[in-house]
Design a protein around this ligand. Structure first.
Ligand code: ATP
Length: 298
């Protein structure tokens, strides 16, 4: 199995605070991976380390087996669209296509022109005068024109309307299916991820909480509901309770299954990707610490 991205004990610190800590990951080739986590979880930090824009303070990251920091050779293989799509605002899309051709070894100008024409983006208007969503589309088209082997996208659909979002995701999927590009994209829009991603990485408070192929993760978790008292005892078939919520009479648990049959006292159902992400994103210890820092009761 070819690995595109490998991180081992990877960490990045700003001042005394870890933005990413003890991050260990393996992203196999050909995957479309979702990078999910609340604001400030460390997603952009991980993407910046992977593209070589910043240097680790601990551990290491490798892309196609090489250290990305300061590695201009490797940059030719990576397409990156940063969160705020910072493309030159005074240049027009057509000028950016020409510039891209001069700066990149592999450059598919026809691809980018066709894409932008389909999207109705005017070739001659300065990028700074396009809408935020149109700018995001231009940035993605330019990243795809590089024909990268790894495409890193930091919240690419945040500024798009629902229709444009769907179109963006569909065309992204179309392009990567054709080229076999591996994609790592961060997003808060869980519905979109469910449709397109086959690999999931959940970050919370600078740490990886969950990572793996979506199919395996869904297979390894179940949602249980049953009488509240039953939740107090160990449950057959359950390796760990990830998240529990209770009413006076009823308990609902999202659990990691251990492969054995689950105690028939519980009603068992499959989980969706959204159930899984939300369960791993809820972290009461963080909420408590934040309340303490603000001096307000939790
Ligand atoms: N240049 C910086 N200087 C200081 N702290 C930073 C810097 N960049 C990020 N951080 C801090 O590092 C942590 C992780 O930030 P990061 O941008 O990676 O999060 P994120 O998961 O991408 O968040 P969001 O979903 O809001 O984009 C945050 O606590 C943030 O405040």
């Amino acid at each position: 199995m070819e690995l595109v991205l490998e991180a081992d004990g990877l960490g990045r610190r700003y001042g005394g605070t870890w933005a990413l800590r003890e991050c260990s990951l393996r992203l196999p080739a050909g995957r479309v991976a979702a990078l999910v986590g609340p604001n400030g979880a460390g997603k952009s930090t991980l993407l910046h380390l992977a593209v070589g824009l910043s240097r680790p303070d601990a551990g290491e990251v490798r892309v196609f087996g090489h250290v990305p920091y300061g590695n201009t050779e490797l940059l030719a293989e990576i397409g990156f669209v940063a969160q705020d799509t910072p493309i030159y605002r005074d240049l027009t899309p057509e000028e950016l296509v020409i510039m891209g051709g001069k700066l990149n070894r592999r450059w598919d100008a026809t691809l980018v022109r066709t894409r932008l024409a389909q999207l109705g983006i005017p070739p001659g208007r300065p990028v700074g005068k396009l809408s935020g969503g149109q700018r995001a589309q231009v940035a993605l088209a330019l990243a795809l024109a590089k024909r990268p082997r790894l495409l890193l996208l930091d919240e690419p659909v945040a500024s798009l309307d629902p229709l444009a979002r769907r179109e963006f995701m569909q065309s992204l999927m179309g392009s990567v299916a054709e080229s076999g590009t591996t994609v790592l994209l961060s997003s808060h829009i869980l519905g979109d991820l469910e449709r397109v991603c086959d690999y999931l990485i959940v970050l919370h408070s600078a740490e990886v909480k969950l990572a793996g192929p979506v199919e395996e993760l869904l297979e390894g978790h179940r949602q249980l509901s049953g009488p509240r008292a039953a939740g107090a005892r160990p449950i057959a078939g359950v390796a760990a309770v990830v998240r529990a919520s209770h009413t006076d009479r009823q308990s609902t648990l999202l659990v990691r299954a251990d492969g054995d049959p689950i105690d028939p006292e519980w009603t068992v159902r499959d989980v969706t990707l959204e159930d899984l992400i939300l369960a791993y994103l809820t972290d009461d210890t963080v909420t408590r610490a934040s309340h303490e820092a603000w001096g307000v009761p939790a």
